[in-house]
Design a protein around this ligand. Structure first.
Ligand code: NAP
Length: 253
């Protein structure tokens, strides 16, 4: 990236899992990183680890589905680190259930975090990108966007992330801002550990069974996603926008 642009990134859901790996990777790529998550102390711990390794970071607690909290968090990152021109919308939750058992709360909270959260974060951050005529937004979708039993809410949210990505790419392209989505398959995190528990399997056995179905015969790691995020926020990806890249160890339908 040219030095004329700020090297400040925001990663949501950065306290653990994929978000933590992306925050760590972007820091080693030279970005100052705002780590945003529900738990302010977990964010602070992640930020301290980055600082201890020689980087610049700040941890900020927020609920990405709360408009006022989002504005305040983006302002705080801008004040403490500089104008953020990279945003990774990674915060996510699952509330899995078959349709007939799915509550309105299950539906609203999943769409609220993924879709409303990504909308609010992108709206708050884009002004910094427009000002600098440069920016990168990366949204976390999922292979579940293609349909997954017990995940009507999550699948709808993750398919929605793809439409959101393509539309922002169309609107923001002329300002030097690219917008892409990463759609992971099975990645070893607390989220997949919770799924194993829900279906009554030990996490090791669950991973083994999943790996057997994956062409490269292994499950994914958070770093597999961080590697692609690193490329998508770099200068080298400036002609790639509005794309959904599946990172699943094989093709998806
Ligand atoms: P994870 O380990 O559960 O971490 C998600 C993080 O998001 C948690 O730290 C969580 O905070 C935070 N978060 C939840 N709701 C939030 C809110 N309202 N505001 C701010 N932060 C919030 O999940 P992960 O597996 O790393 O997943 C990261 C992203 O990748 C998600 O969007 C997920 O849907 C997507 N994805 C994951 C997989 C996979 O196999 N793991 C596959 C496809 C897509 P708390 O800990 O406080 O709840």
């Amino acid at each position: 990236m040219s030095e004329s642009h700020s090297r400040v990134a925001i990663v949501t859901g950065a306290a653990r899992g994929i978000g933590a790996a992306i925050a760590k990777r972007l820091s080693s790529d030279g970005f100052a990183v705002g780590l945003l998550d529900l738990d302010e102390s977990a964010c602070a711990a992640g930020a301290e680890a980055i600082t201890a390794a020689g980087g610049r970071a700040v941890g900020v607690g927020l609920d990405v589905s709360d408009a006022a909290g989002v504005e305040a968090a983006v302002d705080r990152v801008a004040a403490e680190l500089g104008a953020p021109t990279v945003l990774v919308n990674n915060a996510g939750i699952t509330r899995d259930n078959m349709l007939f058992k799915m509550t309105e709360q299950d539906w609203d909270s999943v769409l609220g975090v993924h879709l409303r959260g990504s909308f609010l974060m992108s709206r708050a951050a884009q002004k910094h990108m427009i000002d600098q005529k440069w920016g990168r937004i990366v949204n976390l979708s999922s292979t579940s966007a293609l349909g997954n039993r017990g995940q009507a809410n999550y699948s709808a949210a993750k398919a929605g992330m793809q439409g959101f990505t393509k539309t922002l790419a169309i609107e923001l392209g002329k300002f030097g801002v690219t917008v892409n989505a990463i759609a992971p398959g099975f990645i070893v995190t607390d989220m997949t550990a919770a799924t194993a528990e829900r279906v009554g399997m030990g996490f090791e056995d669950f991973q083994k069974a999943a790996a057997e179905q994956i062409p490269v015969r292994r499950v994914g790691r958070p770093e597999d996603i961080a590697n692609l995020a690193s490329f998508l926020v770099s200068e080298d990806s400036s002609f790639i926008s509005g794309q959904v890249v599946y990172v699943a160890g094989g093709p998806t339908d």
